[in-house]
Design a protein around this ligand. Structure first.
Ligand code: C5P
Length: 238
């Protein structure tokens, strides 16, 4: 029952503003990716972490992991990513050795997820779920919109899903290994895009279960998120 984590970290992070690839930007002096790797390796169940780096950044990421203290009971691998998140995860899955039964996929952009959330995802998979997502209720009312017909025209609201039934999903998402590999093979063949891995398993018709997410597992996407992340780190150190 070995557990591995794939960390897609090959995104450019354009929404964060100009600069290095998002995963390599510093949070309180340490690259976001190193925080994310530590967050995964903090779980005693995790025996391998596969980092999917920008194709031109594999050597740099290897050095980064060598230069930072990481738990020794875990193995670390760095592989080159692709043009989309889905492709990057697929390349990470291909690098897994035989014998892995549980796979987690965790965004490098969620560097501060607490270990209890990681452990509860792993536990749900070990208890028999084929796919698990950590999720939180949403604070905002969410509208579905129709893109403007003519550029410059306003978007039109077409639906308002009942807020109480909506969840914002985070990572790590956890999977039975073979289920996730199948989903990636099937969906990639169909040429469909997906913004998360559980979505691909859903399209196969397999059940996806929800466990409680955590506020501190938020995704660092925009400049304000960097401010929040540094505040969380400062609070942890206090
Ligand atoms: O862009 P988004 O915030 O959805 O990215 C989520 C995660 O996917 C990030 O950790 C990013 O580095 C990763 N990613 C990737 N390969 C891509 C695009 C995004 O590994 N081509």
């Amino acid at each position: 029952r070995r557990t591995a984590v794939v960390i897609p970290a090959a995104g450019r992070g354009v929404r964060l503003g100009p600069g290095a690839p998002k995963a390599l930007r510093a949070l309180s002096g340490t690259p976001m990716l190193v925080h994310a790797v530590r967050a995964m390796a903090a779980s005693r169940a995790v025996s391998l972490v596969v980092v999917v780096a920008p194709a031109d950044g594999v050597a740099e990421v290897k050095h980064l992991l060598d230069d930072h203290a990481l738990p020794e009971r875990t193995d670390y691998l760095v592989v080159a990513g692709g043009d989309t998140r889905q492709e990057s995860v697929h390349l990470g899955l291909k690098a897994l050795p035989d014998g892995i039964t549980t796979v987690l996929v965790h965004d490098a952009a969620r560097p501060l997820v607490p270990v209890d959330t990681v452990d509860s995802v792993i536990e749900a998979v070990r208890d028999g779920a084929v796919a698990v997502v950590p999720a939180l209720p949403v604070a905002d009312t969410v509208k579905e919109v129709e893109p403007a017909g003519t550029p410059g025209d306003p978007e039109q609201v077409v639906a308002t899903p009942v807020r109480a039934r909506l969840r914002a999903v985070q990572t790590p998402q956890g999977f039975d290994h073979d289920t996730l590999v199948n989903a990636h093979a099937t969906i990639a063949l169909a040429g469909e895009g997906a913004t998360d891995d559980a979505g691909m398993v859903e399209r196969l018709g397999a059940p996806v279960v929800v466990v409680p997410g955590h506020e501190e597992a938020f995704k660092v996407t925009r400049p304000l998120d960097l401010v929040l992340a540094e505040a969380v780190l400062a609070r942890r150190r206090a």
